[in-house]
Ligand binder design. Structure first.
Ligand code: HEM
Ligand code: HEM
Length: 262
């Protein structure tokens, strides 16, 4: 039987057609584009719970930083009305505590997902520090971020430098904020509350409530620094790397801009 082999069309050979007619679904694609989309160029990386957690957690952290800043730097008495008729600072603290509960429950949920989710969901919690290859890639990424490498590498999950930042600033950082935050919260609940029994030794360890406030406050600035670098890196890599970034945290799919494997 004679098999008809279709010659790949080139830019010049592609017939002149109305690209937006209903029969041509690829719109204004060139012959080269058509060749590219024949290959499978995306990998499903971040599962729905990871993506949901990312954005809920980001929103909670934003609320925590803004309200936390006001708790640490209270505005002068507001002339909204008689003191007895206003509850502004109460609302600020309420928003802080509500977001704190969302962040804490979300964090436990995210830890659970690192056990049942895919390989990439574990990255934020486990650094492969025993692997020489991983360290080599950490240093490669440092050079890439400092504009000392011409060509970036491809990563399906987090790149090793991002992984380190997420581990120290988020996994450890959030744990620190939850421990110090709940120790402060327990003070408001009273010495006979079970939470105070649990956090009492932590308070005793740091000395007093003022030191605990300062540590919790400093933790905020560490997280603010992470968030600034993180958003810069996400947008920078979306433009400069060889793969998608921001859309990956929305759809879960990592798409690649070329088909070279490394
Ligand atoms: C308070 C704000 C934010 C915090 C605390 C935060 C935190 C995180 C964390 C912890 C991860 C790791 C996710 C995981 O492995 O489960 C992550 C990943 C990611 N975030 Fe954010 N994020 C914030 C805001 C944003 C914003 C505004 C963007 C978009 C511009 C963004 C884009 C991304 C992307 C693209 C990834 C995946 C990076 C990669 O593939 O290596 N994040 N973020
Ligand atoms: C990313 C997470 C968080 C950030 C950025 C943050 C930020 C802050 C800041 C800046 C302060 C003011 C500290 C001071 O200078 O006195 C504060 C106070 C406080 N935070 Fe957080 N916090 C976070 C998480 C939590 C969590 C998880 C809890 C647990 C319930 C919590 C409970 C508290 C309490 C009880 C206070 C003291 C309130 C007061 O004295 O009126 N925070 N927080």
């Amino acid at each position: 039987m004679k098999v008809e082999v279709e010659e790949p069309t080139t830019e010049l050979q592609r017939p002149k057609i109305d690209f937006y007619s209903a029969s041509v679904l690829t719109g204004d694609a060139t012959a080269e584009d058509l060749e590219t989309i024949k290959r499978h160029t995306s990998v499903y990386v971040y599962e729905t719970p990871v993506r949901l957690w990312h954005w809920i957690n980001a929103a909670a952290i934003l609320v925590l930083c803004v309200t936390g800043w006001f708790i640490g730097n209270p505005p002068p008495t507001m002339e909204i009305g008689e003191a007895t008729n206003q509850f502004v600072f109460g609302y600020i603290r309420f928003a802080h505590f509500a977001a704190a509960m969302v962040m804490t429950i979300g964090f436990f949920g995210r830890i659970y997902w690192s056990f049942v989710g895919n390989h990439h969901s574990k990255q934020m919690f486990r650094l492969p520090i025993h692997k020489a290859e991983w360290w080599k890639e950490v240093f490669f990424e440092m050079r890439w971020y400092m504009f000392l490498e011409k060509e970036p590498k491809k990563y399906v999950g987090h790149n090793p430098l991002a992984q380190i930042a997420m581990f120290f600033f988020m996994t450890l950082g959030m744990t620190f904020m939850i421990v110090t935050g709940f120790t402060l919260y327990a003070e408001g609940l009273g010495a006979d509350h079970w939470l105070s029994t649990l956090t009492g030794p932590i308070l005793a360890l740091v000395g007093n409530s003022q030191v605990m406030h300062s540590l919790h406050h400093l933790g905020m600035w560490a997280i603010v620094i992470f968030v600034m670098i993180h958003i810069y890196a996400a947008i920078r890599e979306d433009i400069m790397s060889r793969q998608s970034m921001v859309s990956t945290m929305l759809s879960g799919h990592r798409t690649f801009k070329d088909d070279r494997p490394e």
